[in-house]
Design a protein around this ligand. Structure first.
Ligand code: TPP
Length: 422
């Protein structure tokens, strides 16, 4: 182990978020650099999720800085991005034990820490749990706040939409942070993803408008300090994203730079005192600050131990064939003889399912349906009824999401669907 205080002068003094909150804002950028370096070092020793954590360091610092955790509730959707959260909530010295026998969990785990509100691993549950917690907090009457952080990948699942539909109608006080890095494990997919990307691109192109908006944020923040809530919200006036979330009863704010710690803190402070259901659209880069992970966030999503000084040979070694690649090869061979074969994956194109080649050779017979295991199966049922030969590839653990669909929409209908279960 490196000598902590020498390499991490600020981080080594943070054993919980209270220590973090005692720092001046000026020190936070430096702290983020130290966390980034520490995270890289510890994952290189332990193995685990890397690129997503690198992308939310500033967000994690800002949230623990502004909110009074663990009194205020912070929920990380899916939880693979929660390593920086673990580092700041008393588990720094155990980070190298992640995924080791008797080590700490690679996802938030309720029994491990009072800061882990929900044990996760399966995606898209944060908004439902957040809503339950915000109702409980209102009934408790202690002004406890609830924040959910959900990725643009995780938000594609049905349960997230079901929860938003509920949040918007009961109008509880809840902040949803949409961490938009354009990636799921593979590139993200779907109409919402396209709209978010287009919206953000237009926004970034329009620099002069951005400057105007930024000063608008400052004006709004000033008025908050004077006890006067702004009449208008901060959102950029575009029909697409705004209208989508507003039609579901959420106040939309953003997009905002998720790597600018000062901006994040100001924005989150502003939202903390604004009542009602709100969504803050934060733009981040998966793998931020570590060039290999920025260049290939799919590869660096989750990694075995590696030597930080010899990344080239690590990348080459890891590109060896896997069992999933063999499945992908079999699929290509079958499709060459069967034009009715359709391959379906819920957001696991490359890693879980080895379909990278298949989708290039047979783009018309391939569907990545985003994180939607239930839809994937009932969609396959429709294709089978229509005379096609669907192959649905899925990790067994995520297939749990869709037991009912397997039984009701496939088995009971006696439909010929092949399940490739890893
Ligand atoms: C129900 C379910 N299906 C699939 C997965 C596998 N999975 C883990 S992380 C992830 C991508 C999530 O993307 P996003 O929420 O945007 O987070 P990012 O990694 O981009 O930070 C997927 C598909 C899962 N955890 N749960």
């Amino acid at each position: 182990m490196k000598d902590e205080s020498e390499f991490y002068p600020i981080l080594s003094k943070i054993d919980n978020p209270k220590d973090l909150r005692s720092l001046s804002e000026k020190k936070l950028s430096k702290l983020c650099l130290e966390i980034r370096d520490f995270l890289l070092y510890s994952v290189s020793k332990s193995s685990g999720h890397l690129a997503s954590g690198l992308g939310v360091i500033e967000l994690t610092v800002a949230l623990h800085y502004v909110y009074d955790t663990p009194f205020d509730r912070l929920i990380w959707d899916t939880g693979h991005q929660s390593y920086p959260h673990k580092i700041l909530t008393g588990r720094r010295k155990k980070m190298h034990t992640i995924r080791k026998k008797d080590g700490i969990h690679p996802f938030p785990w309720r029994e491990e820490s009072q800061y882990d509100v929900l044990s996760v691993g399966h995606s898209s549950t944060s908004i439902s749990v957040g809503l339950g917690l915000s109702i409980a907090a209102r009934m408790e009457g202690k002004n406890r706040k609830t924040v959910c952080v959900i990725g643009d990948g995780a938000i594609t699942a049905g349960i997230a939409f079901e929860a938003i539909n509920h949040v918007g109608s009961v109008k509880e006080d809840l902040l949803i942070i949409l961490n938009d890095n354009k990636m799921s494990i593979s590139n993200n997919i779907g109409a919402l993803h396209e709209t978010l990307s287009e919206y953000t691109e237009n926004y970034l192109k329009n620099r002069s408008f951005r400057r105007e908006k930024d000063s608008w944020i400052m004006r709004s923040l000033n008025s908050i300090h004077q006890g006067d809530l702004p009449k208008k919200d901060l959102s950029y006036q575009s029909r697409d994203v705004n209208d989508f979330f507003r039609s579901l009863g959420l106040q939309y704010f953003g997009p905002t730079d998720g790597h600018d710690i000062r901006n994040l803190i100001q924005t989150i402070k502003f939202l903390k005192v604004r009542e009602g259901p709100k969504l803050l659209h934060v733009i981040t880069k998966k793998g931020n600050g570590y060039f290999p992970a920025e260049r290939d966030p799919i590869f660096w999503h989750c990694v075995p131990p590696f030597d930080t000084k010899d990344v080239c040979s690590f990348e080459k070694r890891r590109k060896k064939k896997t069992f999933s690649d063999l499945f992908g090869r079999w699929l290509c061979k079958e499709a060459s003889m069967d034009p009715k074969l359709i391959a379906i994956t819920p957001a696991m194109k490359k890693e879980g399912s080895g379909m990278k080649e298949f989708c290039k050779i047979y783009p018309g017979q391939f569907f990545d349906v985003a994180i939607s295991e239930q839809h994937a199966i009932t969609f396959a049922a429709g294709l089978a009824i229509g005379g096609h030969h669907p192959v649905v590839s899925m990790y067994s653990t995520f297939l749990q999401r869709a037991y009912d669909q397997v039984i009701h929409d496939v088995a009971m209908q006696k439909l010929p669907i092949l399940f490739a279960i890893d």
